[in-house]
Design a protein around this ligand. Structure first.
Ligand code: ADP
Length: 321
């Protein structure tokens, strides 16, 4: 449990229904300061709804939420001063340059001294890697450049929290790479809460993840915890001969949690789930080889990654890569 002041976003049984349809049910999120927090879920899971509630753009049906200690319903003005937001599909005046757009944004949102605005615009352009495109018209920008400009806009007033709705979803691999790199770079300046349906993005930049499905949280943890909690390394052995005696012996080992046996005509395949990889590495194959009634045809190991954990938690619902 984190002390309350280290949390940037905290929600308590936050819920939203639209005409009786539950878009979000009883959400309890805890987003720590300086994390890059991936909010992962398939389309329709309730991610945008959550973001709208956090920004005070929609009212919760039940529950409550606070950002930086401010209530999302009562203090939404205070929140908007401190939070930068990038919507899913940012729109721009196409005939303006990146610098002009940032100047326009700064006019409304920059709260530092007015004579520092140009300096701040330059800093922000550097932060998102767009110095060389500052004076080009947005009209010709790629998807990745548009998203980076959007992050620059959201970042102009030194926000304590950046909320990004699917920042990389519609981008090609290069654009996605550039946006994720900018997010990494911003880590030292702010906390980033971003939604995505793309698992590999989460694995690449986040240190914390919450997985949402059908408006409900199915997991919330650091990436390491999530991977460790799956606790699963599986060894596969393909055997010929009479494996029954050695099967009993392997199953009795304290580091073996399960053996799944797939018998065949001639060959038997085992999937051995272990809790202690070191012990398994030292002893599993030796143990089986010591039994002269069986011959080992194949031996392999599979470590579960975030994708397996995600599929396990969401029951295999589709997601992008
Ligand atoms: P995500 O961002 O994860 O794709 P959303 O939050 O947009 O999911 O949507 C969650 C659910 O709520 C979906 O079933 C969607 O159809 C529904 N929903 C979202 N906004 C509205 C709305 N304004 N009116 C009615 N239903 C909505």
């Amino acid at each position: 449990m984190q002390p309350p002041n280290s949390l940037v976003i905290e929600t308590h049984d936050l819920a939203k229904s639209y005409n009786g349809i539950h878009a979000l049910r009883s959400l309890n999120l805890r987003v720590p300061k300086h994390s890059i927090f991936g909010f992962l879920g398939p389309n329709g899971a309730g991610k945008t709804t959550t973001i709208k509630l956090l920004l005070g753009l929609a009212r919760p049906t039940a529950g409550s939420a606070s950002i930086l200690g401010y209530d999302v319903v009562k203090d939404s003005l205070e929140i908007r001063k401190r939070v930068g937001y990038l919507a899913q599909d940012p729109r721009y005046y196409e005939h303006m340059t990146a610098r002009q757009i940032l100047r326009y944004t700064a006019h409304f949102f920059f709260r530092g001294p007015q004579d520092k605005i140009e300096e701040r615009i330059d800093e922000t352009l550097t932060l998102v890697g767009m110095d060389d495109k500052a004076d080009r018209l947005v009209k010709g920008f790629s998807g990745g450049e548009r998203q980076r400009l959007g992050i620059a806009q959201a970042q102009i007033n030194h926000p304590d929290l950046l909320i990004l709705d699917e920042p990389a979803a519609s981008l090609d691999p290069q654009g996605r790479h550039d946006v994720l790199e900018v997010m990494e770079r911003l880590r030292e300046h702010t906390t980033i809460f971003y939604s995505t349906h793309i698992l590999s993005d989460v694995q690449r930049v986040s240190d914390m993840v919450a997985i949402l499905q059908h408006g409900q949280l199915v997991a919330q943890a650091s990436i390491e915890q999530l991977l460790a909690s799956s606790g699963t390394t599986i060894y596969t052995l393909t055997l010929r001969g009479d494996a029954s005696a050695i099967q009993t012996q392997v199953a009795a080992q304290p580091w073996v949690s399960a053996i799944q046996v797939m018998p065949g005509d001639d060959l038997t395949t085992w999937q051995v789930t272990v809790t202690d990889e070191t012990a398994a590495e030292e002893r599993l194959l030796r143990l089986v080889l010591a039994d002269e009634r069986v011959y080992v045809r194949e031996f392999g190991r599979k470590k579960y990654d975030l994708e397996n954990v995600f599929l396990g938690l969401t029951g295999g619902q589709g997601h992008g890569k």
